[in-house]
Design a protein around this ligand. Structure first.
Ligand SMILES: *Cc1c(COP(=O)(O)O)cnc(C)c1O
Length: 379
């Protein structure tokens, strides 16, 4: 962060930087204006709904992965609601159809089962099918939607012509933290396999995984790809980034509770890798810490670890210019996306509060969590 870390906030705390979120929105707006693409927020990656008034003016709506995200999109965001799910349930489809503008099915069987019902509930709804181009270059299998035996999307071999006839759009999601060059490769495979159906569609959804707001992302290339695609097939193009919306827009602030020694110095924090930043373990990746270097880089190295009883609740090893003390703040960078949406109350550990630093530097605590949030998830 550019500003000094506010010490008055409760700990642990997710702190969104309003100005940084707006800077990301400016990039999205530029892409929209230049390319005429529509851009949706993927709620899977970022759903801090109290910040929606800040981003809603720049986007066309949200993409939801089921009934709860669809309701949140409808209630808290407005604009277009696009709902896709690996599999819809009978008892949820009416509600979903009533609030969605686009409904994307994962398989021909789901399409055949629910398409008419959805149309009856909402005659305006636009129906689509998710396709699997069987090409992707994701960093790990866990995040590879087109990997071996993937259940996500319909492969060419499983396509059903009667479904294609009834579709207004096709959807693919094949990327994770990828560049515009990779998108170009995916598009080549999509066109090779499904190109002959494009011109009969009203829209094509390019999914998420575009690392648009990362420094060095080739925005002009993305714009050109969209322009070319629209010109070739005369379709509306949608993007639905999640991570790129919240990319580098805020931090997770925690406090050192104790320092113990067992072969090395270990700082126990009041947050948790497992419960509050699970992708550091699952992906895995190393979250940067403000003012810290890699192990051994600066004079004092510590393992940073969480306050649950899970042995592997470890953020990693970091070095600091001076020794850590109990009460020191440890600030993890870039903790707005895929953190609070995935957080749990595992082991009864308190969820970080959610706060926002306004553009004029005032701080607002949006939500604090307590014992009830732990209890009410159980019974
Ligand atoms: C996860 C997901 C997204 C968003 O992906 P990001 O990597 O966060 O941009 C978009 N669409 C679908 C269908 C997804 O599953």
């Amino acid at each position: 962060m550019n500003n000094p870390i506010p010490l008055t906030l409760p700990s642990p705390c997710w702190l969104l930087d309003e100005q940084k979120l707006k800077n990301n929105m400016r990039i999205i707006k530029y892409i929209k204006t230049q390319s005429n693409a529509k851009v949706l927020l993927a709620l899977k990656g970022y759903a801090l709904w109290k910040s929606f008034p800040l981003i809603e003016p720049y986007l066309d709506g949200c993409c939801a992965s089921g009934i709860h995200e669809a309701i949140l999109a409808d209630e808290a965001f407005g604009k277009e609601v696009h709902t896709y799910s690996p599999a819809f349930k009978e008892e949820e489809i009416d509600k979903i159809a009533s609030i969605s503008h686009h409904l994307v099915f994962n398989s021909p069987s789901q399409f055949r089962r629910f398409a008419n019902q959805a149309k009856e509930i909402n005659p305006e709804i636009s129906l689509g099918l998710r396709i699997n181009p069987e090409y992707s270059v994701s960093p790990t299998q866990m995040y590879n939607p087109c990997g071996l035996y993937s259940r996500l999307g319909t492969t060419l071999a499983n396509l059903d012509m009667s479904v294609i006839e009834a579709c207004e759009g096709l959807h693919f999601h094949a990327l994770c933290e990828e560049s515009a060059d990779t998108l170009a490769n995916v598009l080549m495979h999509v066109e090779e396999k499904f190109g002959k159906y494009m011109a009969q569609m009203k829209w094509i959804n390019f999914g998420g995984g575009h690392h648009i707001t990362r420094k060095g992302y080739d925005i002009e290339k993305l714009i050109q790809l969209i322009i070319n695609f629209k010109a070739k097939y005369d379709v509306e193009v949608y993007l639905e980034p999640g991570e790129a919306i919240g990319w580098e827009t805020g931090v997770l602030i925690s406090t050192v509770l104790d320092i113990v020694h067992n072969g090395m110095d270990i700082a126990i924090l009041d947050t948790s890798a497992e419960a509050h930043m699970p992708d550091t373990i699952l992906m895995p990746y190393r979250a940067e810490v403000v003012g810290a270097g890699k192990a051994g880089e600066k004079s004092h190295t510590y393992r940073l670890a969480g306050n649950t009883c899970l042995a592997g609740d470890i953020m990693g090893e970091y070095s600091f210019d001076s020794p850590l003390s109990i009460g020191d703040k440890i600030v993890f960078e870039d903790q707005m996306h895929y953190t609070m949406v995935k957080s749990t109350t595992f082991n009864g550990i308190k969820l970080p509060c959610i706060a926002i630093q306004r553009a004029d530097d005032t701080l607002e605590v949006l939500r604090e969590f307590g014992y009830e949030d732990f209890r009410d998830r159980l019974s």
